[in-house]
Design a protein around this ligand. Structure first.
Ligand code: C2E
Ligand code: MG
Ligand code: MG
Ligand code: MG
Length: 283
């Protein structure tokens, strides 16, 4: 009896596994067509200077609206896109769209684009970045590329070479999700980063948790010591922002300052309004 039940459970398990694999393949397949079908779009989230509250730039976050499933989270589809290699093509599209959008702004704000390990190590990545900038007519210093530490460990010397070439183009580099990966402090010295982004999980814990405060303070100290500005991600409350201001954190990003959304929602920042256009807006 137990044996038969066991077998039944196994068969059930097997069937479920099969369904999961099929589901994943389906997503993988749909994803390859998604760009061409216009199902992908970019969301923009403001990055601000803590001291003044001024918006200094936007991070680009990829969004996929699946025709049947609705919005699919990047946390779900980006890893699949990385494993299948589809991220290379999708990532190129993101870079081109992001540069083209930023080139339209009348205020020269920065635009930050996430790049995963597979993209970074793909052949011609630097060429792709160069072309995206050139075709858009965007000054390289306005583009910031966000890379996690995890993306570096696969092939550190190759990553090093690629990051150096990106720096030579004039692009800026931010270390994303700092504190969550295989954090090695020497990474900040070895690789030519311009900025540290401290992960939202620490920032969101500072209200209640002394350890989180200590971690945020130590990353800020590290940034000061290395001469790298620090941006705190995932800021949701006024108390968190106040803590960051008290600790002299340079930059912040999070729902408190703005949720990721269509760039049209942020026209007041991206376009300097003349007296005429602003009065036209009131009218
Ligand atoms: P990330 O680059 O660390 O992006 C930050 C994530 O935190 C985003 O999630 C953002 O929507 C979310 N977030 C921002 N402010 C807050 C806040 O105040 N509270 C909370 N709870 N969350 C906040 P999202 O958009 O789901 O993206 C998840 C991850 O997917 C990103 O993490 C990034 O690693 C990846 N990703 C997104 N777009 C792209 C892309 O175009 N290319 C690549 N390669 N990866 C991307
Ligand atoms: Mg990011
Ligand atoms: Mg992050
Ligand atoms: Mg992340």
């Amino acid at each position: 009896r137990a044996k038969a039940e066991g077998r039944g459970t196994y068969r059930f398990f097997e069937a479920r596994m099969g369904a999961q694999v099929r589901d994943r393949r389906r997503l993988e397949h749909d994803m390859r067509l998604a760009v061409a079908r216009g199902e992908m779009h970019l969301a923009f989230q403001p990055q601000t200077e803590v001291r003044t509250g001024d918006v200094t730039g936007f991070e680009v976050l990829l969004r996929w609206r699946h025709p049947e499933r609705g919005p699919v989270s990047p946390a779900l589809f980006i890893p699949i896109a990385e494993e299948s290699g589809a991220i290379v093509q999708i990532g190129e599209w993101v870079l081109r769209e992001a540069c083209r959008e930023a080139a339209r702004w009348s205020v020269p704000l920065s635009v930050a684009v996430n790049v995963s390990a597979v993209q970074l190590h793909a052949p011609h990545f630097v060429q792709t970045v160069h072309e995206a900038l050139f075709q858009a007519g965007l000054r390289p210093a306005r583009l910031e590329i966000e890379i996690t530490e995890t993306a570096l460990i696969r092939d550190p010397s190759r990553a090093q070479a690629t990051l150096r070439q990106l720096k030579a183009l004039g692009v800026r580099l931010a270390m994303d999700d700092f504190g969550t990966g295989y954090s090695s402090l020497s990474n900040l010295r070895t690789y030519p980063f311009d900025k540290i982004k401290i992960d939202g999980s620490f920032v969101r814990a500072v209200d209640a948790n002394e350890q989180a405060k200590a971690i945020v303070r130590s990353v800020l100290g590290l940034g000061r010591g290395l001469g790298l500005p620090v941006l705190a991600e995932g800021v949701e409350t006024a108390a968190e922002l106040r803590f960051l201001a008290d600790e002299n954190c340079q930059a912040a990003q999070g729902y408190l300052m703005g949720k990721p959304g269509p760039i049209e929602d942020f026209r007041e920042y991206t376009h300097r309004m003349t007296a005429e256009t602003s009065s036209a807006k009131v009218a």
